[in-house]
Design a protein around this ligand. Sequence first.
Ligand code: ADP
Ligand code: MG
Length: 342
Amino acid sequence: MELSQLGEFGLISRAKEIFIPSDKEGVVVGIGDDCAAIKLRKGFLLIATTDAIIEGIHFKLDYIQPYQLGIKSININLSDIAAMGGIPLYALLSIAVPQIFSVKFINEFLKGVKDGAKRFKVSIIGGNVSSSKNEFSINMTVLGEVEEKYMTLRKGTEAGDKIFVTGYLGDSAAGLEILKSSPGHPSGGWVAAVSSQWRKKLVNKHLMPIPRLKEGRFLAVKKLATSMIDISDGLASDIRRICEESNVGANIFIKNIPISKSLKSKIRNPKSQINLALYGGEDYELLFTVKPENVRKLKSLWKNMKTHITTIGEITGKGINLINPDGKTIPLKGEGYNHFKS
Ligand code: ADP
Ligand code: MG
C-alpha cells in the first residue's frame, strides 16, 4: 500500500498501534491528543507537543519572511498547549539548513522564534542544528504544564453539548491564496506592500497565527469546556477528531460558522467562504464543547475576553452532519488538509 492510500490519519493510527499501549508509568495521555501528558508530581502534568515545518510542504520562502517563519514555528506549537488548557514553559528548536543560506536569514528566523516565545513567557532551552541538501526544515517541541483537574482533552463531550469556536474560520487559507496568487516576491516583501486592510489581516493570519492560550486556559480553569482541540487542519477534520475520541456525532449549522469581514471582502460567494472554513486549515482557533446548562455562564464570563466566540452546532449520538440554512441535513464528507493525499 502506498502512503497516499493510508493518508496522514492512517499513518498516525499505525504509529498508535505500534507504540501503544505505553506501559511506562506516568503517561496520562499518549498518542492521539494535541499534547501528550505525563504525571511527574501530584496534581500536575507535564504536557508536550512537537511539529515539523518543512520548506516546500508547509511554506515557501518567496512569501514568508524568516522572522515571520520563526514566529509561526513557535505559535503553532503553543496552539496545541492552548488546546489542553495548559501553560507553555519551554521549547526546543531543531533546524536543518541548506549551506547556501545567509547568516542574516537564520538570525532573523531565530529572532522571530525568540520574540514569539517571549510574548508567551516561553524559554528556548535547546535544540539541534543540521545541514540539509535542499530544504529548510524546522522541528519545534514545546513543553508546558497543566493541573490534572483542569486538563481538557479531545475526549469528554457528550450528546447535547454545544459546539463553539473562537475567532473566525477560513482566514488563513484565504491569506495563503492571496500569497500564492502573487508569486516571486522576495521573502514576503510583497506583504509589506499589501494595500488593503482586509488583505493584510488574511495574510497575517496565515503567516503569524496567534495561539489562543489565554482563551484555552480560561475555558479549562473555569471548567467550561468538556472537550477541546485547536483547528490546524480545518473544521471538518478537527470536529471529526473530537467525535472519534469522544465516541459521539455532531451537527454543524452552516449559517453559524463565523466568517470574518475580511474573508467576505475577498470572497463574495458564501459557499466558497464555508468551504475555506471547513477544509482550509491553519486557523489555529479553538474548537470546544460546553454543557448546555453552562452556555449562559460561558457567555457572561466571556464578556471581558477580546476574542469572539460562536456556537456552531451541537454534539449528537453519532454521525457528523452539516445543516444547511434551509434545514437540510448533509453528511459531512472529507477532511481538511491531509499529508500524503492530494
Ligand atoms: P496536532 O495537529 O494537534 O499537532 P496531529 O494530528 O499531528 O496533532 O497528531 C495527533 C496525535 O498523533 C498526537 O498525539 C501526535 O503526538 C501523534 N503523532 C503524530 N505523528 C506521530 C508519529 N510519527 N509517532 C507517534 N505519534 C505521532
Ligand atoms: Mg492540535
